[in-house]
Design a protein around this ligand. Sequence first.
Ligand code: MTE
Length: 316
Amino acid sequence: MLIRRRRGWELPESAATPEAAVLQRRALLGAGAALLPGAAAAQRIGDAPPAPPLPAHARNERFEGGRALTPERDATSYNNFYEFGTDKSIWRAAQRMPVRPWQIRVEGMVAQPRTFDVDELIRLMPIEERVYRLRCVEAWAMTVPWTGFELSHLLRLVEPLSGARYLAFETAALPAVMPGLRQSWYPWPHVEGCTLEEAMNELTFMPVGMYGRPLPQQNGGPFRVVFPWKYGFKSGKSVVRITLTDRRPQTFWPRIQPSEYGFWANVNPEVAHPRWSQATERLLGSGERVPTRLFNGYGEWVAALYVNLQRERLWA
Ligand code: MTE
């Protein structure tokens, strides 16, 4: 996703140490559970107080990954979170982001605009676990058990007005803990968006946890959105504001590079990114390459959303 000129001393990703070798080395180092991302102990690195444990909840078996779960260690140590930096190993830096208290404002074209505390939201919403596949536009993928709730339940509480057509998700911008914000050529804060119809689809999920624990900061804790049928860049992390509007929001990646990234970003193996094929994906953890599926395999839920939108650039 990074668009910049490489300087002479910088390595292309292809020349970097293979991930498996790095992980093996890490295992040999035997740093202990407390130093592994995702471990509860890691929540306390830096100043951030820990999130309370998740309430008891069950897995919704309707949503199966169809693949082995990605090992937690891989899903929580290989991340895109540009607010903390542009490489994949920001997990330790992200621990400095305070996750309590955390408020989410839902406003704009709604009858009941409201500010929620994240713990209030967890109490109010029907919390469940769903295993979803996530496919990054960079052609890696993971299969993760998220704990959270359907966005549609939250939207019903605030009562969208009849003219509302889109949602904008604004994510946290905390200069004291996010060194990436100093990269002023990026259009901070990170904003993502979708249509109201997409938001109301039962797949659109708001995780507050993963692997049965509170969502770690590097994966968008304490609260994020996930659209499993779209490229991962649509799934904004650490959301602080949701605005309903009648205008399509200007979103982060299309503002940076509109020829490569669009608003819809639905997964399609047959539509290549201008710089690489999207036909296959590399599974985090095993490193296996597998075919990519249309809508990331979620067509039965979402294909109908797009039947009247064939003139749009649905796949970029
Ligand atoms: N959200 C914010 N705020 N900042 C980001 O840089 N990266 C996106 C998305 N959400 C990003 C973000 C991209 S490119 C991907 S692939 C996913 O988060 C990765 O989520 P994960 O690290 O939990 O796998």
